[in-house]
Write a protein that binds this ligand. Structure first.
Ligand SMILES: Nc1ncnc2c1ncn2[C@@H]1O[C@H](COP(=O)(O)OP(=O)(O)OP(=O)(O)O)[C@@H](O)[C@H]1O
Length: 575
């Protein structure tokens, strides 16, 4: 979202319209301001249907000279009872059309070898039904596959098997591209695939064709300087037979539309993500919208049974082409029944605020902890926790360990905040961490300073969300970043915009995991405190998750589950 406030954007937009066509009726001006406000909060459009004055308002909009029906060349579009900025209407309708085509008729598949390779790859799943194998079968049958699952449900393992199966069935000839919204998420996916592919029971010649690199979506599409357009689009499609997108819940409408537009007509698309995580920062909720359509019909269940030998039940509701492409993985291999993190995440996700609170206060799990109090009450304890949590990292920094050792130590613990500003915000917690670790030494650059990049720099190949650590060297301070297959360093002066990174917002933590996290909640129940934020924060921890704050804030957050207004599910459901 832009840094300009929604009201400033709305006034600017209205001023331009006013200059173009003269004064607008008061109702139209008011609804445009509401639309601007809504899009700044991540909604794609404004739903007019529930309003009492929906019919009159639609008439006023359509006769105002600034709003047209679907496809009109106007700044605003009224379609399916929703009001859109033309740009978003265009992205949404184009994406719906192209996803509809992707989800169209199944591919031609030679069943016997497909069955054989699936049996070879999925041998040891104890879960019944084996949704991983069913998801893989769906990915062999369809060109669009959407796989959603929480942490440790086997999304990555399943996709490696899928890629192995596809290459085995195509003699290793497929061009596979791997991408993710952030550099960190791309690096994690590539690392997981590198680690797993050699364990596949497939001939080495096939395994060798599985990719070892993943890139950010921006880099895949080929950014053009000073332009919102990319090098790859429908007129210049990506060289790609299979595209796998990880952390797909973070991808906003505009970027997803551009990405799908750049796919060649024959290509497969596999989206991986966790539908319960926070939606994208920019407008849209594409992954969530797709998952909301999930429904398997009898024909699909029969096809999955025939191909994978997996008996999955048909859904009670009617299944459309998209719904048949959505597979949910529900069993976490990381967080089993004995895991407090898994249980807390489940309760938060289901909106069970009271039970989640009781679980945290009950101390029955060693991997979750609740630190109750307002910021003033928590200050001393938080300082102790910071000293302890970053202890191994700071020790590694001060004893002059290598960048790799320091980086690994840093990834063991992270503070998470709901907001950037405020007493429990990211900046304040970073200041506190620096004070705890360094005393009153002057701020700025220093040996051991961790930073997170906040905007993409294509020349330096540094991307929004990349984390680096400054370390002294004979040439002065260098900031070390993880890079494909190793580490690289850059002088601080060359870095694109960045923040100190002892603490990051939950939004920015998506796509990353840490051994331990401490999520600090603000005292006031702000609108950004939502169920998805709590769930996303908790599930960044692999071993230990700790929540700090007042009970009322946590309960309010778990009960607050706002949805985004978009027309995508309706368009796709109707298709
Ligand atoms: N069917 C299975 N049987 C046993 N272990 C499994 C199975 N599937 C996955 N695992 C194990 O569970 C762990 C998590 O799997 P994986 O990394 O594929 O999950 P994920 O959903 O991609 O997780 P995340 O994205 O949160 O890292 C791995 O150690 C993996 O080996």
């Amino acid at each position: 979202m832009s840094n300009t406030s929604p009201s400033a954007l709305a006034s600017e937009f209205l001023r331009v319209l006013h200059r173009r066509i003269g004064p607008l009726p008061g109702e139209v001006t008011a609804v445009v301001a509401q639309l601007m406000q809504a899009t700044s909060q991540g909604h794609v459009c404004l739903d007019l249907l529930p309003r009492d004055d929906a019919v009159e308002l639609a008439d006023q909009l359509l006769s105002s000279g600034i709003c047209g029906r679907a496809g009109a060349f106007q700044p605003l579009i009224l379609d399916l009872g929703r009001l859109y900025l033309a740009r978003y209407w265009h992205y949404e309708s184009q994406l719906a059309k192209q996803l509809g085509q992707l989800a169209g008729p199944p591919t031609t598949l030679d069943h016997a070898p497909a069955r054989a390779v699936l049996d070879q790859l999925f041998t040891n799943n104890q879960q019944q039904p084996d949704w991983q194998k069913a998801a893989a079968a769906a990915a062999l049958i369809n060109r669009l596959t959407v796989i959603s699952g929480g942490p440790g449900t086997g999304k990555t393992s399943t996709v490696v098997n899928i890629l192995g199966a596809l290459q085995a069935l195509h003699d290793g000839q497929l061009i596979i591209q791997l991408a993710a919204p952030t550099g960190k998420a791309a690096a994690r996916m590539a690392e997981a695939i590198r680690a797993r592919k050699h364990q596949l029971p497939l001939p080495p010649a096939i395994i060798d064709t599985l990719p070892e690199q993943a890139q950010t979506i921006h880099r895949l599409l080929g950014p053009r300087p000073e332009s919102i357009y990319f090098r790859h689009h429908a007129g210049n499609p990506l060289p790609c037979d299979v595209l796998v997108l990880d952390e797909a819940s973070m991808i906003d409408l505009a970027l997803m539309a551009k990405l799908v537009d750049a796919l060649p007509a024959h290509s497969r698309l596999i989206l991986l993500g966790d539908k319960d995580q926070l939606a994208s920062v920019e407008a849209g909720a594409v992954f969530g919208d797709l998952c909301s359509l999930r429904a398997l019909d009898q024909t699909t269940c029969d096809a999955l049974a025939a191909l994978a030998g997996v008996a999955v039940p048909p859904s009670a509701r009617e299944a459309g082409p998209i719904g048949r492409s959505v597979m949910l993985l529900t069993h976490s291999y990381r967080f089993d029944g004995r895991s407090g993190i898994g249980e807390l995440a489940r309760l938060a996700n289901q909106g069970e605020a009271v039970a989640a609170m009781a679980l945290l206060q009950g101390n029955q799990f060693a991997d979750i902890r609740w630190q109750e109090g307002n910021m003033a009450q928590l200050a001393n304890r938080l300082e102790t926790r910071i000293r302890e949590g970053f202890g191994p990292f700071w020790q590694a920094v001060q004893t002059g360990q290598s960048a790799a050792v320091v980086m690994a130590a840093f990834n063991r613990f992270r503070l998470l905040a709901a907001t950037r500003e405020g007493e429990a915000g990211m900046h304040q917690l970073n200041r506190l961490s620096e004070q705890v670790l360094r005393g009153n030494q002057s701020p700025g650059w220093y040996h051991g300073r961790p930073v997170m990049i906040t905007s993409n720099d294509y020349n330096l190949k540094l991307f929004n969300g990349d984390v680096g650590i400054a370390l002294d060297s004979p040439q002065g301070l260098r900031v070390w970043f993880e890079a494909e297959g190793g580490l690289r360093s850059i002088t601080p002066a060359r870095l694109p915009p960045h923040d100190t990174a002892y603490c990051m917002t939950v939004h920015k933590s998506q796509g990353s995991e840490f051994d331990q996290i401490a999520l600090v909640l603000p005292d006031a129940p702000l609108p950004v405190l939502t169920r998805n934020l709590i769930y996303t924060g908790i599930t960044r921890a692999k071993q230990f998750a700790e929540l700090w704050g007042i009970g009322a804030s946590l309960r309010a957050a778990i009960e607050h589950a706002p949805t985004r207004t978009t027309g995508l599910a309706d368009r796709l459901g109707a298709g």
